[in-house]
Design a protein around this ligand. Structure first.
Ligand code: NAD
Length: 293
């Protein structure tokens, strides 16, 4: 079984970005700049945003973290986004999800200038993705594609099964894997909460992507021998013996699936790191596109 180590694959992407950014700076160019907005104090969101900011700094990007209280109104958040849309030095904007219940997430996503939509959640970005046009690919599926590329995992002609159809993971993942591209050209089945015979379908997958958010849902008896298994899930599971009081679990029962899979991503240390790599690449892409305009 090959461990698809996100630490190794993401470090390779970051190294390449670091070199590129150093080159821009040496040439006297402006520094690429990502702005992240965090509303409220959700523990997991705090961790994700802190990690995104840290990685920006490590590769030489500028970053701005906008922290807003849980009580922020929708109008105030939209005003902040409008300000960042207009700020010439900001290349990419991300709003960490989920947002507090009183804020309409769709409205917020649609308020981001598509030219700065480095999370790729804006309908304009999603529409382009569907049509195979250049766009910002949502960071998690993008990161998974970068991982396939890093480990040179061919997808052409294979049957890929994706569990989950969310706009941020499952749906774009299925589009990318079925696209006419080097790491696409797979035959894709999308499964969701209303899929009967899930186990039988999963067993047909040469590639299995688990993105449903149920800890250790995918067991060994659902996995085809030798399959490439990509575990997207991140769930905090209470554990009194852990230092923080919880452990991070993926959607795949790692130990038992490792015994049948041909390759498998760990959690943590897999897709999460690749997601950040995807975000950083999108930010640099936004920078180049804005500078070219
Ligand atoms: P979501 O809740 O928006 O979507 C879950 C999908 O799974 C839905 O389409 C639903 O139909 C499907 N589903 C739920 N239960 C199912 C079942 N029993 N059988 C089949 N399908 C089922 O979640 P999401 O935002 O797509 O995230 C999925 C998981 O990935 C979560 O654990 C999330 O934390 C994680 N995630 C990780 C990263 C990362 O960087 N690694 C990024 C985003 C999300």
């Amino acid at each position: 079984m090959i461990l698809l180590d996100g630490k190794i694959a993401s470090a390779a992407v970051r190294q390449q970005l670091t070199t590129e950014v150093a080159g821009l700076k040496a040439a006297g160019k402006r520094t690429p700049h990502l702005a992240a907005i965090l509303v409220g104090n959700n523990g997991a969101s705090e961790t994700y945003v802190a990690s995104k900011v840290k990685h920006c700094e490590e590769i030489g990007f500028a970053s701005t973290l906008v922290r807003l209280p849980e009580t922020t109104t929708e109008a105030d958040l939209l005003a902040k986004i409008s300000e960042l849309n207009q700020a010439p030095e900001i290349d990419g904007i991300l709003v960490q999800l989920p947002l507090p219940k009183h804020i309409n997430e769709q409205l917020v996503i649609q308020a981001i200038d598509p030219s700065k939509d480095v999370d790729g959640f804006h309908p304009a970005s999603a529409g382009k993705l569907v049509q195979g046009l250049p766009t910002f690919i949502p960071a998690t599926p993008y990161g998974i594609m970068l991982m396939l590329e890093h480990f040179n995992i061919t997808t052409k002609g294979k049957h890929a099964v994706v569990i989950g159809r969310s706009n941020i993971v499952g749906r774009p993942m299925s589009i990318l894997l079925s696209s006419n591209s080097q790491y696409g050209n797979a035959t894709v089945t999308v499964c969701h909460s209303h899929t009967p015979n899930l186990k039988e379908i999963c067993l047909q997958g040469d590639i299995l992507v688990a993105a449903l958010g149920r800890p250790e849902f995918v067991k060994a008896d659902m996995v085809k021998t030798g399959a490439i298994v990509i575990d997207v899930g991140i769930t905090r599971v209470e554990d009194a013996t852990a230092k923080k009081g919880f452990r991070i679990k993926g959607d795949v029962a790692f130990d038992e699936v490792a015994a049948v899979a041909g390759a498998l991503t760990p959690v943590p240390g897999g897709v999460g790191l690749m997601t950040i790599a995807g975000l950083l690449k999108n930010t640099l892409q936004a920078y180049y596109q804005r500078n070219a305009g």
